[in-house]
Design a protein around this ligand. Structure first.
Ligand SMILES: Cc1cc2nc3c(=O)[nH]c(=O)nc-3n(C[C@H](O)[C@H](O)[C@H](O)COP(=O)(O)OP(=O)(O)OC[C@H]3O[C@@H](n4cnc5c(N)ncnc54)[C@H](O)[C@@H]3O)c2cc1C
Ligand SMILES: *[C@@H]1O[C@H](CO)[C@@H](O)[C@H](O)[C@H]1NC(C)=O
Ligand SMILES: *[C@@H]1O[C@H](CO)[C@@H](O)[C@H](O)[C@H]1NC(C)=O
Ligand SMILES: *[C@@H]1O[C@H](CO)[C@@H](O)[C@H](O)[C@H]1NC(C)=O
Ligand SMILES: *[C@@H]1O[C@H](CO)[C@@H](O)[C@H](O)[C@H]1NC(C)=O
Ligand SMILES: *[C@@H]1O[C@H](CO)[C@@H](O)[C@H](O)[C@H]1NC(C)=O
Ligand SMILES: *[C@@H]1O[C@H](CO)[C@@H](O)[C@H](O)[C@H]1NC(C)=O
Ligand SMILES: *[C@@H]1O[C@H](CO)[C@@H](O)[C@H](O)[C@H]1NC(C)=O
Ligand SMILES: *[C@@H]1O[C@H](CO)[C@@H](O)[C@H](O)[C@H]1NC(C)=O
Ligand SMILES: *[C@@H]1O[C@H](CO)[C@@H](O)[C@H](O)[C@H]1NC(C)=O
Ligand SMILES: *[C@@H]1O[C@H](CO)[C@@H](O)[C@H](O)[C@H]1NC(C)=O
Ligand SMILES: *[C@@H]1O[C@H](CO)[C@@H](O)[C@H](O)[C@H]1NC(C)=O
Length: 611
């Protein structure tokens, strides 16, 4: 508990030492280490003025020997050009028709992607260069926005080696955990990737005491590769719950928690980042440190909400544990088919009246609005209305006013309201696995604050804007939650979360067979049109960095509000050479992926923005 973890083992200390010395001075490394001069000195360009990161074909691209040295330093865990999933579908040595059928059948399940060293769940962000041909025919399977080398890390030392190598060679560094990020921030053409998926330890701490913040209570220390389904099960076994996402495979301790993270428990406890007590982090200097309320406090502040792949690479995170309480969940749906458009929309308008009271009651509603362009039918789905720590009766009482209105409108929804003995059971039965890997859609988001719901006029205005998006054929996914932070943690979480009542997402879709120019036009028009309408009625509010669009304008304000200037300062201080980068991350405006097709994706070199 609060145990000093930063000392590392002998190799870690040595490497950290080597790394903090000036690279310009040749370093003679201990023979037992076999670091090799190529790795740390001769090829190290330290050419901070070069326009782009270092790529194959560049004079400074590390030699095969340098890569081989890196491989030795990471216990032979360096993967050289690991194959994308769909490579079995294309001509070449890996072609396997049977495997291809399997890959195709499971393509839209997250489970297929996170076991692969390079796959990310947004092929759009990868550049669409290797998909199952029956889903999207890319003619050939090329690496596109996938990294070239991957360290399959299991120890902090592996991460340190990777960071040092990238910093000293100028090769682009990326971090992949599970690949869930909506913007595909775990990819990067010809990069060196550090894959954190196999940091899987979970330790239960019965009594964690943080004298500075006054927290004293149970906690879990988890490796960053631990996923939602794993930590929820472990917590349940100890009679606890933890704040994490609804999606069962999300990497709760990687990008999720560093980006803020919303949860079925957020209306009670705040965001995922608000739960963090301590993190173990490899910094841009290659040091392995503990960041908590008393050590490395700026790093600690920034890594709770400031976004992944920006300030350091976490290897473990310690979070507060909460009681595992009974939970009631409800699912129902209706469409415009029988009742017609006006009645359907009257029902949705009525629902908007209950957003404030429902969020204030500590509930979480995950609901969808789906248009069908062929039939002209709109569908509403409540999937689910989730009421942690509430009885069946309490939940019914919350839902009843709207259900009564629905009845009056002639909409019979017959809700399935089920009470569960634990959060864990409720979560398991209420959130089916979502589909991933979409080839022609991008989601953007907005956090609508409380003031959008405080008067009838405001609620009318908001409703009209949701309806307009449906009529413009946008798929909408909504979370009626609030994210106040009862412990009043001081961190980098987007201040817009604190005002949030409706976290709203809408998606633009395009013809996958269209040209790049057509796709770009559709995406830009979506931002200028439907998204701008949402921004216009919520001035100063924000968007959520892990469920957002790469084309979100003024992303610094949108993702961090008035905390952005401080985050930029911390970035400049902790990572002055931009070893870490992810599109739309803090400080990323200095760089741009020059994609081969001009679309916002990872299939191109990462270069400085000229000014
Ligand atoms: C099906 C699905 C359901 C989702 N449900 C929710 C939800 O309920 N609530 C919610 O808030 N979000 C949800 N999300 C969004 C999710 O939070 C983001 O996708 C998040 O980025 C996932 O983090 P990851 O580590 O699993 O993914 P990755 O895509 O691997 O990583 C995301 C980002 O974090 C960086 N990163 C990862 N690990 C580390 C590390 N150890 N150190 C430093 N940087 C790191 C990566 O470089 C990347 O930039 C969902 C996404 C999907 C696809
Ligand atoms: C923070 O971490 C350091 C180093 O491990 C430790 O000495 C200190 O006690 C921790 N602080 C708290 C408040 O737990
Ligand atoms: C790289 O070069 C810059 C500018 O000359 C210098 O400030 C910096 O210390 C060098 N970094 C290393 C690691 O040598
Ligand atoms: C450093 O970068 C500049 C600009 O790209 C380039 O002209 C120069 O050759 C590079 N120097 C070295 C030693 O790589
Ligand atoms: C996911 O893929 C399966 C198998 O190809 C298919 O039946 C299903 O309709 C897909 N789901 C979605 C939402 O695309
Ligand atoms: C696919 O590969 C073939 C043969 O290598 C090449 O001629 C063709 O241009 C490639 N097509 C694309 C779309 O890259
Ligand atoms: C990565 O490492 C884990 C843990 O050692 C191992 O199970 C897995 O097979 C490795 N994956 C690859 C692609 O090498
Ligand atoms: C409902 O609205 C949609 C689009 O706004 C339209 O296509 C459809 O025809 C309308 N349905 C009816 C029954 O009027
Ligand atoms: C859960 O409900 C109990 C009983 O109503 C209450 O005492 C407790 O404060 C609630 N917990 C939370 C986190 O709201
Ligand atoms: C209601 O939901 C519960 C839990 O998800 C499920 O077990 C049950 O079968 C559902 N009942 C009906 C009638 O659909
Ligand atoms: C998106 O792609 C899917 C699958 O190819 C297709 O069914 C759908 O019509 C496409 N959407 C648009 C707007 O073209
Ligand atoms: C895209 O083209 C493929 C192959 O020609 C075709 O099967 C598919 O239906 C097309 N998709 C759309 C949405 O037009």
């Amino acid at each position: 508990m609060g145990r000093q973890q930063g000392n590392g083992s002998k190799p870690a200390r040595l490497l950290a030492l080597l790394a903090t010395s000036a690279i310009a001075t040749p370093i003679i490394s201990p023979a037992s280490w076999d670091v090799g001069s190529l790795f740390l000195s001769k090829t190290a360009p330290n050419n901070t003025s070069s326009r782009c990161k270092v790529y194959p074909g560049d004079q400074n691209w590390p030699s095969d020997e340098a890569w081989a040295n890196l491989n030795k330093l990471v216990d032979n865990r360096l993967l050289d050009r690991p194959e994308p999933l769909a490579s079995v579908c294309y001509n070449g040595p890996l072609y396997d028709a049977e495997e291809c059928v399997k890959v195709t059948a499971h393509w839209n399940e997250s489970y297929s992607h996170f076991d692969n060293a390079v796959e990310m769940m947004s092929p759009v962000a990868q550049g669409m260069t290797c998909l199952p041909p029956n889903i999207f025919d890319s003619s050939n399977c090329t690496r596109g926005g996938f990294p070239m080398y991957v360290i399959n890390a299991t120890k902090p030392e592996h991460v340190q080696m990777g960071v040092n190598f990238a910093r000293n060679t100028g090769v682009r560094l990326v971090v992949k955990n599970t690949g869930h990020d909506f913007l595909g921030k775990s990819g990067g053409k010809d990069a060196l990737s550090i894959w954190t998926r196999y940091f899987k330890d979970i330790e239960y701490i019965e009594e964690y005491v943080d004298a500075k913040t006054g927290y004293s209570g149970p906690a879990f220390k988890a490796g960053v590769g631990v996923q939602a389904f794993e930590i929820y099960k472990a917590a349940h076994e100890k009679g606890h719950s933890v704040v994490g996402g609804e999606g069962e495979t999300v990497g709760i301790f990687g990008g999720y928690i560093q980006g803020g993270g919303h949860s079925p428990l957020t209306s009670l406890y705040g965001t995922g980042a608000d739960q963090v007590l301590s993190m173990e982090v490899v910094t841009a200097d290659g040091d392995y440190v503990t960041a908590n309320s008393t050590s490395n406090t700026e790093l600690f502040w920034a890594m709770r909400g400031g976004g992944g792949s920006t300030f350091g690479i976490a290897t473990s995170v310690t979070v507060k544990a909460h009681p595992d309480f009974p939970t009631t969940a409800s699912r129902f749906s209706f469409t415009s088919e029988k009742v017609g458009n006006e009645t359907f929309w009257a029902a949705i308008r009525d629902y908007v009246d209950y957003f404030i009271p429902n969020a204030d009651a500590g509930t979480y509603a995950y609901w969808t609005l789906i248009p069908n362009v062929w039939t002209g039918i709109f569908s509403f789905g409540m999937s689910p209305f989730f009421a942690p720590n509430k009885t069946l009766e309490e939940t019914q009482a919350l839902l009843q006013p709207w259900l009564t209105r629905l009845e009056e409108l002639g909409i019979n929804v017959n809700p399935n309201i089920t009470h569960f003995n634990s959060y864990y059971e409720a979560w398991r039965s209420s959130f089916p696995l979502e589909t991933v890997g979409k080839i022609n859609a991008t989601t953007a988001s907005r956090m609508f604050p409380r003031c959008n719901f405080e008067t009838k006029e405001k609620r009318d205005e908001l409703f009209q804007n949701l309806r307009q998006s449906s009529e413009n054929n946008r798929v909408q996914v909504h979370f009626n939650i609030k994210a106040v932070d009862p412990a009043n943690s001081d961190n980098a979480v987007n201040p817009a979360w604190r005002e949030n009542i409706l976290f709203a997402q809408q998606a633009v879709r395009w013809n996958p067979n269209g040209t790049a120019a057509e796709t770009l036009k559709a995406r830009q028009e979506f931002q200028r049109g439907d998204m701008q309408r949402w921004r216009d009625i919520s001035p100063g509010a924000g968007s959520y960095l892990a469920e957002a669009d790469r084309l979100e304008p003024n992303f610094g304000q949108a993702f961090w509000g008035d905390k952005y200037p401080r985050l930029l300062e911390i970035k400049a201080k902790l990572d002055p050479h931009d070893v870490f980068f992810a599109t739309t991350s803090v400080g990323s405006e200095r760089w741009k992926v020059e994609s081969v097709d001009g679309l916002p994706n990872e299939n191109g070199k990462l270069c400085r923005v000229e000014n």
